[in-house]
Every structure is written in structure tokens, then in C-alpha cells.
Design a binder for this molecule. Structure first.
Ligand code: AMP
Length: 367
């Protein structure tokens, strides 16, 4: 029996969250504010999410008996991490409502499916080719040209699983460096700015989207998000329509974050998407009537959506690695809203927390 029905999961129920990272942690806090309990499933001991959840199951994502027991003990299941094996999601779906459903995770897990899906809706992406051997890579480099980026089709995040190929570079070396035979080559997009849209879709198909924001990456990792993006109303509308079109087409119940490149001529290209809260939506915790985490909980539990209205301009700055060691200085400025994830070890490149800063609507920084 498919349990992914129309049921409303009322406050007091338990939300099962697959994944124990900071997204799960902030979802669990938002869930608690609405009177829900959370149960985290993660392979990691002492995960950021488990520190604030009522229960945690520590087991690998393919441990069928642990998954079954977890599903038996929750009322609805969602994901803060989408790279979960198909068989595990199938098993969970047979026991409890899983939102968003497998079809959304499957598309988001794999760059080829993601791009094919976007293109099937008439949405543009960077030029790309599937490559599974050095010969295919050589042919793709010839076709697409350089600069280009070689990416693993799965499990890439924060710039990991990517190798840039510049004019004159040796494709063989890039292939060896990537170390995977499931890859795509993407043409390098000469973008004017990177933006993202987070849309929520309720169980009855109603949608609400947060304002379009501008993202600045350093070494492939999100550094800063500026809300709102400094773009025309026409582009803003088109970016939101793009994300909502994708959410509708995949029958999503939950949140869809879509990263986009905007070209100087106003063309919008999809980079990637995630069916869950997203780092570029952390500003909503302090800048909007409803945060992305509350909105996620509302959608997943079959409740009506909250207003995504932006009451302030906002800048979100990630605290990466040792950045968070400065917490005392950060917090001594009363305008800084500090959010820390409870991670013990500040490894380089690891997201440890973020700062939100609010500005009067219309007066925030533009860059
Ligand atoms: P990704 O993991 O695919 O989101 O890539 C991380 C970051 O690398 C993006 O946010 C961009 O800043 C940059 N990037 C990725 N793919 C491309 C591309 N095809 N063209 C230009 N920049 C890219």
C-alpha cells in the first residue's frame, strides 16, 4: 500500500527526518515551535539535528530493519539530505507518508536526470554531455569547449566532485582527478549573477515562493546570500515561475530550492535544485514572516502554507571552518543574528553556522 496519501499530520505528531545535518537541526527547531516532535535518522553520532530532536536512530541509510523501526515510530517522513538509496525510500513509503515523494528525490539525486527534467519543461541549463570514459570526455571537451566543469553525476555538494577544465588543460588529468566514471561535462556559464528561489508546495498544490536572492560562492561553497537579488521585476517573476513550474511538474510536496544562473542578456539557466530547505534560504529565519524551515514543516505535514513575505532586506553570511571561532566578536554586535550548528570540529570547508543581518526594506546592500 502506498502511504503517501493526503493525510494531515497534526501538531503533537512526530516528523521523521532522514539526515542529521544543520538543515535537519533547524527543521527540528521549527517543528518544535509548531508543537511537533522529531525523530532523526542518521549514520552520524551526535549529529547537529539529533542535539535538538526528541529521538535519533543512528544507522546506515540502507539498514532495512532500522529504517522499518524508524518508520513505525513516526507519523510522516521527510529528508534534509536527498542522497538516500531508492530501496530505502521505497521501504519507508510502504509504511508511512513520505514527503516529498521518491520521484522528486530521484530527479534531484542525479545531475543528468535533473538537467533532462528541466529541459523537458523548456527550462535552459548549461550545455552538458554525459561522460563515462576518457574518450567520451575528450569528445565532449571538443564539442562543448573550454572552460568547462567536469562533475560527478551524484553526491556532489559544496564544490566537491568537480574539476574545472581550462583551455589547454589535459582532459586525462581532469578525468583522473575526478576519479568517477559517472560524470557530466558542463560548459562554463558566463553568468552575470547567481540567484536562487525557494518555493513551497502544499499537499493541495498551492504554492508560495520566497523572494529571489543573490548568491556569492567562494571555492564552490556558498559564502553570502543577499535578499532580495538586485534584478528587475520581470526577471524576478520569471525566476519564481521557473521554480514553481518545476515543483508542480514533479508533484512536489515540501520545498524546492532552485539555483539559477542569470546571463547578461537576461537568460535564466538552471544550475541545480534540492527538494528541501537550502543554505540560500537561511536569511528567511530572520527576514520573513515564515522561515523556510517552518514552511517546510507546514508543507510536509499537510498544513496550509505561511506567508513568505520579506519584511526586511537581509544578508546571510556563512561561517565556514574556523570562522565560527569568532563567535564572541560576532555576537558582541547586537545587529548580528548568530546561528550555530553545534558541530564540535571546525574542519576547513565545513559549514559551522551563519549570521543573518537585517536592513530596512529597500536599504540593504546590493552587491
Ligand atoms: P554546484 O555544486 O553545481 O552548485 O556548483 C557550485 C558553484 O560552482 C556554483 O554555484 C557556481 O558558482 C559554480 N559553477 C558550477 N557549475 C558552473 C557552470 N556550469 N558555469 C559556471 N559556474 C559554475
Amino acid at each position: 500500500m502506498n502511504m503517501n496519501n493526503q493525510a494531515i499530520i497534526p501538531p503533537g505528531s512526530t516528523i521523521g527526518i532522514i539526515g542529521g545535518g544543520q538543515l535537519g537541526r533547524m527543521t527540528a527547531v521549527a517543528a518544535a515551535e509548531l508543537g511537533y516532535k522529531t525523530h532523526i535518522f542518521t549514520p552520524e553520532q551526535n549529529s547537529p539535528a539529533s542535539q535538538v530532536a526528541e529521538q535519533t536512530t543512528v544507522a546506515p541509510y540502507d539498514d532495512a530493519s532500522a529504517l522499518k523501526k524508524f518508520a513505525d515510530n513516526v507519523d510522516v517522513i521527510t529528508f534534509e539530505f536527498e542522497n538516500v538509496p531508492a530501496a530505502s525510500v521505497k521501504l519507508l513509503t510502504e509504511i508511512k507518508p513520505v514527503r516529498p515523494g521518491w520521484q522528486c528525490l530521484e530527479i534531484a539525486q542525479d545531475r543528468i536526470r535533473e538537467k533532462t527534467f528541466a529541459e523537458s519543461l523548456g527550462i535552459k541549463t548549461a550545455p552538458w554531455a554525459e561522460v563515462s570514459s576518457i574518450d567520451e570526455l575528450t569528445a565532449a571537451v571538443k564539442n562543448i569547449g573550454t572552460p568547462a566543469i567536469l562533475k560527478t553525476t551524484r553526491l556532489g555538494y559544496d564544490g566537491k566532485g568537480q574539476v574545472r577544465i581550462n583551455p589547454g588543460d589535459d582532459a586525462g588529468q581532469a578525468w583522473a582527478e575526478l576519479g568517477s566514471d559517472a560524470a557530466i561535462l558542463e560548459g562554463f556559464v558566463d553568468f552575470q549573477l547567481e540567484v536562487s528561489v525557494i518555493s513551497a508546495r502544499a499537499i493541495d498544490g498551492k504554492m508560495e515562493s520566497f523572494d529571489v536572492v543573490q548568491n556569492h560562492h567562494i571555492n564552490g561553497i556558498l559564502d553570502t546570500t543577499i535578499a532580495p537579488a538586485d534584478i528587475s521585476d520581470e526577471l524576478r517573476t520569471r525566476a519564481i515561475e521557473t521554480a514553481e513550474k518545476m515543483a508542480t511538474a514533479m508533484g512536489l510536496v515540501g520545498l524546492l530550492a532552485v539555483e539559477m544562473f542569470i546571463r547578461p542578456d537576461g537568460d535564466i539557466l538552471i544550475n541545480e535544485m534540492a527538494p528541501r530547505p537550502h543554505n540560500s534560504g537561511h536569511w528567511t529565519q530572520d527576514g520573513c514572516t515564515t522561515s523556510q524551515f517552518e514552511q517546510f514543516v507546514r508543507a510536509v505535514c499537510g498544513l496550509s502554507l505561511g506567508s513568505p513575505e520579506r519584511h526586511s532586506d537581509a544578508v546571510m553570511k556563512n561561517l565556514i571552518g574556523k570562522d565560527a571561532d569568532d563567535w564572541e566578536k560576532i555576537i558582541s554586535d547586537g545587529e548580528n543574528k548568530l546561528h550555530l550548528y553545534g558541530k564540535a570540529e571546525a574542519r576547513p570547508g565545513r559549514k559551522m553556522g551563519h549570521i543573518n543581518r537585517l536592513y530596512k526594506k529597500g536599504s540593504g546592500p546590493k552587491v
